[in-house]
Design a protein around this ligand. Structure first.
Ligand SMILES: [Zn+2]
Ligand SMILES: [Zn+2]
Length: 327
């Protein structure tokens, strides 16, 4: 399912992929998660979108063939393909362990073809081993919502009271980790989203309400998943002095002006960009060990546009996942 031009719906196309290059895997896709970033690609909200492009960067699949230089994975292994597809390895960021900031980095489903497809080619050095004994659709949301969400979670520090703005695919996974660590989760949804608030409470949130409300306790940190710039001042007003607001998305609407006093008191606002391979190697085993459960709505590959619209509408609970027909 490919994007031919920003703003257009995806269209079903037949392509024949070349054999894998030396460092590549040819992967038979079992499932691919639908991420908010895919909407930003579709809507042309990210720079330099290369069309046509196949979106999708939460890929679970099985190795069908491998290039001559690949040693880590073998045919039949289940692998995950995350957002970070390739980095240069020599720039100041790559050398400092910050390959997520590499200016030459390539991204799955954005600058190279992703997983809204029956097959995908991926650089094996950026793929992650996945357990074979869990349904593919349940693993897919771990590959971005979980993984980049966890990078944001760690950036938020270890305070007890954590606010999550936008209770979707990432937040519903992080809430489980936070509860496991004995932290209190305060979930913020769109105004009037009673179902979303009930969903958050069912996953252990101590409180759930609208993002315009003040939580019953001062927050130590807040993570913003909703792409709404006005949430930055809202969250700043809810965090304590010294607290932190972490912006986890790749795109946000403009941030409205706000009074300096809500930032004062050594509060900070930071963003999270992409992931490193080390994030993936740390997060996937943690998610497996904790038994993180992704709530998913399954869609057929050909219904990718329907899945994206369901995500856009805010009606989705948890994550949308595309499941592929056998090749
Ligand atoms: Zn680099
Ligand atoms: Zn994503």
């Amino acid at each position: 399912m490919r994007l031919q031009a920003p703003g257009a719906p995806l269209t079903l196309s037949e392509l024949t992929l070349p054999p894998p290059a030396a460092q590549e895997l040819l992967i038979r896709v079992e499932a691919c998660g639908v991420c908010r970033t895919d909407l930003h690609v579709l809507d042309g909200e990210l720079p330099d979108i290369r069309c046509p492009i196949t979106p999708g960067h939460e890929i679970v699949g099985v190795v069908a063939a491998r290039g001559a230089a690949v040693t880590r994975f073998g045919e039949g292994d289940r692998v995950g393909v995350p957002w970070l597809a390739w980095t240069c390895g020599v720039c100041r960021y790559c050398r400092a362990g910050l390959e997520n900031l590499c200016p030459q980095a390539r991204f799955t489903g954005y600058t190279r073809d992703g997983g809204y497809a029956q097959q995908v080619l991926a650089d094996a050095r950026y793929c992650l081993p996945l357990p074979a004994d869990r349904p593919a659709a349940a693993l897919a949301p771990l590959l971005c919502a979980g993984l980049i969400g966890y990078r944001a979670y760690r950036k938020a520090g270890d305070g007890e009271n954590l606010g999550l703005y936008g209770f979707g695919a990432a937040a519903h996974l992080l809430a489980q980790i936070a509860r496991h660590e004995g932290r209190q989760v305060f979930a913020f949804t769109r105004a009037g989203d009673r179902e979303g608030q009930a969903f958050a409470r069912s996953l252990g949130a101590a409180w759930a309400g609208s993002s315009s409300e003040r939580p019953p306790r001062e927050l130590d940190a807040a993570i913003l998943f909703a792409p709404v710039g006005a949430l930055i001042p809202a969250a700043l007003a809810a965090v304590r002095p010294g607290g932190r607001v972490v912006c986890a998305g790749i795109h946000m609407s403009d941030v409205p002006a706000f009074p300096y006093r809500i930032l004062w008191g050594e509060r900070s606002v930071v963003s999270v960009a992409n992931l490193t391979r080390a994030d993936g190697e740390a997060f996937i085993p943690l998610a497996t060990r904790l038994g993180l459960t992704a709530t998913v709505e399954r869609f057929a590959l050909a219904d990718a546009n329907g899945a994206l619209e369901r995500l856009r509408s805010g009606a989705l609970q948890g994550a949308a996942v595309l499941e592929m027909p056998a090749n």
